[in-house]
Design a protein around this ligand. Structure first.
Ligand SMILES: Nc1ncnc2c1ncn2[C@@H]1O[C@H](COP(=O)(O)OP(=O)(O)OP(=O)(O)O)[C@@H](O)[C@H]1O
Length: 301
């Protein structure tokens, strides 16, 4: 469990993170969502004590600096390009492991887990960004940590790599760990997150399960496909529904109650080819939730 309370960071006059308060629970993947510049990396640096600010971040009740064995409590990937280019992957991980009292066997285990075992003797300088991401994730997992904090782990990964990250995150959560993963890509977050923490311009917009976020920020609609679109529209409007034409032969009814729409359409006694609920996406919810922040919209993925 990670508890963030009143986290604030100023750069001069600018508030990069503003009074951020939320809880990240164990056993699920929590996506940390916000466009470029929203304050995700700053928040993660503050969480790990790499930057100083106001407020408090607790890992299972303790701040990072007070953890007796940080590598075993928190595994983090902040900047995959931070590794020394002249070292091999094996040397890099062995150095980190030695500093944290972690065995050489564990190094080989994590190299295999991220698919880098065969590349372990190659210089990191020759690694692709995707390979560097995998190495950074290996380093984060070395201590078998209870909390996993990853900043944009899918950067540079191909679709296969993104799929691999998704199953890795799922496994880590299923093992009961607290998994906190940032991305500025809605489509990616939608694929792997159970919970969401959404920020914009350093402020919290939402902290809740993905499904709840979508429900709270979108309206469900019912699509009616019919050759008698005009007549059915007039009829439905007469019974109190908000209806918009979508196509020459399709209407969109602003209602989450598909049964009520279906019953009303039947009463009209006109031919209907198709009637279905249109679910809103995370992307729709995100834009609705952030509709007031215009600078924010411009930067969103
Ligand atoms: N060292 C710094 N000095 C001054 N301003 C900074 C510094 N680091 C970040 N900022 C500013 O703080 C704000 C938040 O930046 P941050 O990198 O945390 O956002 P982010 O959500 O991680 O973005 P990205 O998706 O691009 O990584 C931005 O306006 C950025 O310009």
């Amino acid at each position: 469990m990670i508890t963030i309370q009143g986290l604030t960071k100023r750069y001069g006059d600018e508030l990069a993170v503003h009074d951020l308060t939320c809880t990240i629970r164990p056993g699920v993947v929590t996506g940390f969502l916000g466009p470029n510049g929203a304050g995700k990396s700053t928040t993660m640096r503050l969480m790990l004590g790499l930057d100083s600010g106001e407020g408090e971040v607790l890992f299972h009740g303790r701040p990072y600096r007070a953890l007796p064995n940080p590598a075993r409590a928190v595994g983090a990937l902040l900047d995959a390009r931070a590794a020394h280019p002249g070292r091999s992957a094996l040397q890099h991980l062995r150095m980190i492991a030695a500093g944290a009292g972690i065995s050489g066997q564990r190094v080989r285990e994590v190299l295999a887990a991220v698919g880098l075992d065969e590349a372990r003797h190659r210089r990191i300088g020759g690694f692709s960004l995707g390979m560097q991401q995998r190495l950074g994730i290996a380093a984060a997992l070395l201590g078998d940590p209870e909390h996993v904090v990853l900043d944009e782990p899918t950067n540079g990964l191909d679709p296969e790599g993104v799929r691999w990250i998704r199953s890795l995150l799922r496994n880590l959560a299923d093992e009961g760990r607290t998994v906190f993963v940032s991305s500025h890509l809605l489509s990616e977050i939608a694929q792997f997150a159970d919970d969401l923490v959404v920020i914009g311009e350093g402020r919290l917009i939402a902290a809740e399960p993905v499904r709840q976020f979508i429900t709270a920020n979108t309206r469900t609609r019912v699509v009616v496909r019919t050759p008698e679109a005009d007549k059915i529209r007039t009829f439905l409007r007469g019974t109190g529904f908000q209806v918009q034409p979508e196509d020459v032969d399709a209407l969109v009814v602003d209602s989450g109650d598909v049964d009520a729409v279906s019953a009303a359409v039947r009463r009209a006694g006109l031919p209907v080819r198709e009637l279905h609920t249109r679910r809103s996406s995370l992307e729709d919810a995100f834009f609705n939730a952030t509709a007031n922040a215009t600078s924010y919209r411009g930067g969103a993925a």
